[in-house]
Design a protein around this ligand. Structure first.
Ligand code: ZN
Length: 268
């Protein structure tokens, strides 16, 4: 689907329904937003938006190029098959450059929406096709109350009240967090005493945890560039000393486990 039938979007200014006319998405009160040539729309209320508060262009492209190599395909396949027999609407919360979003959209029975705070990420997601993509803030998602059958949420902050608001009463949220041994092979190269992740799914009062699934795979990164790219995608990149970072510069292959925990939540 694309923005022309994205009926679940709401005006970020007044909350009214939105319609596409030519290259403009607008509400009844006349608040209007340009549709970019790639087919996405920026619904952030502050005009300054985008890449200063989100990921910049270079990191968005690095991430896309890395994901396109298929190292995280096990997670993409898991999500594709999880949704393969389903129908209805799904919102990819903090969709990034659309690697997982576009896989969901292969199912023609799903109306897939995706948003991210970074305009460059959303631009790349829109180019992959299949979903209605928009730039927005996680704290105030411009979609109707109780409108989505499903939401997916990978490696992003948890906003329980907002997630609960956008889901139908029968709706389900799938949230993905790193597993205990995610990228453990990378950590073994970097640190004297590598630690395991605590693997905790978010605790919430608005939603209830229905099930928990663990997904593991072993991958081999086959170039310096790929090792660097995966390292930059981790939160610990910024907390690692320059001396420890040097340790990765002399290796061209790296075997590591990737591991994810998928929590399925329903409304209370
Ligand atoms: Zn409006």
């Amino acid at each position: 689907m694309d923005l022309t039938n994205a009926q679940l979007l709401r005006c970020p200014v007044c909350g009214g329904g939105m319609r596409v006319n030519a290259n403009t998405l607008s509400c009844e009160r006349g608040h209007a937003f340009d549709v970019a040539k790639e087919g996405y729309v920026n619904l952030l209320r502050s005009g300054k938006s985008g890449d200063r508060i989100g990921d910049d262009k270079l990191s968005a492209r690095c991430r896309r190029d890395f994901l396109n190599k298929g190292y995280y395909k096990p997670l993409q396949e898991y999500l594709r098959s999880l949704f393969s027999q389903r129908h209805g609407s799904v919102l990819d919360i903090c969709c990034g450059e659309g690697y997982y979003t576009s896989a969901l959209a292969e199912n023609e029975n799903l109306q897939v929406y995706g948003f991210d705070i970074s305009r460059e990420m959303v631009r790349l997601a829109a180019k992959r096709g299949g979903a209605a993509c928009f730039v927005a803030n996680l704290a105030s998602i411009p979609v109707a109350d109780r409108s989505f059958d499903y939401a997916v949420h990978l490696f992003a902050p948890f906003q329980e009240a907002e997630f609960s608001r956008i889901l139908k009463d029968s709706g389900h949220l799938y949230t993905v967090v790193p597993g205990s041994h995610h990228l453990y092979g990378l950590k073994q190269r970097l640190y004297e005493t590598p630690y395991v992740n605590d693997e905790k799914l978010p605790e919430t009062n608005c939603l209830k945890l229905l099930s928990k699934t663990k997904l593991s795979a072993d991958i081999t990164l086959t170039s310096q560039e790929d090792i660097d790219a995966v390292f930059r995608m981790t939160p610990y990149y910024f907390h690692t000393s320059a001396m420890d970072k040097e340790k990765l510069k002399c290796i061209n292959t790296l075997e590591t486990k990737i591991e994810f925990v998928i929590g399925e939540y329903g409304k209370q």
